[in-house]
Design a protein around this ligand. Sequence first.
Ligand SMILES: [Zn+2]
Ligand SMILES: [Zn+2]
Ligand SMILES: [Zn+2]
Length: 201
Amino acid sequence: MATAEILVIVYGSCARDPENDERYGAEQRRVEITLRPTLPSSATTPAKREQWLWTFLPNLALDMKHNRNWRCEFCKNRARETYWMNAPWMHLNPPRVVSYVHHVCDAGAGPCAERLRQINAEVARQTGLPPAANLPPTDQVFPLSASCAVCHNETEKSRKNLKQCSRCELTRYCGVDCQRADWRRHKVCCAAVKEVKWHWT
Ligand SMILES: [Zn+2]
Ligand SMILES: [Zn+2]
Ligand SMILES: [Zn+2]
C-alpha cells in the first residue's frame, strides 16, 4: 500500500527560555514527528493526494496542540493556538509534506500574529510555495495547549496529571475516560506516527 511521508516540526518554548530571536531556529525547542500514513487507493493523482491531505492534517491538530505544556513561541504567555504552515510536494513518490506548527498565544491579532506573518512569508520564499493563509482576528478564547485533548480541563491539578498516549507518546489526556472517548479520532494519527524526536533540554 502506498504511503506518504509527513514531517511535522512543532515549535514552541518553555517558561525559562529568554525572550529573544536567538531561540528561533536550530536551537529552538521543538519536536520533530515523522508520520507515514497510508494513502487511500483513490488517491491516484497529485490533485487527489492533495485533497486527501486536507482531510488528514486537520485531524492531527489536537494531537500536536496537546503534546506539551508549550509557551507562546514569541512571548511569555502560555500557548493557546497553533498555526500550521504546510509545504506539500504531492507529485513526488512517495508524496512528501513538511508541516511547521507554531504554538502561540494568539495567531489572529497582536505582535505574535505579526511575527507569524513574517515567518510565513519567509517559508513561502524558501519553498517557492504560496504562503499559508493568515488567521482572522477573533475574540474566541482557545483552550491551553497543555490541557486534556478531550475535556480541555485547565486546572493546575489536571495539567500536572496529564498522561501521554503510551503508543505514540504525543497526545495528552487527563485520564483513561477521555483517552477512550478520543480513540476513534486519535487512532488515525497514532498508527501513522513512526518517530518522535524531542529537542527539549
Ligand atoms: Zn505571544
Ligand atoms: Zn479529559
Ligand atoms: Zn497515540
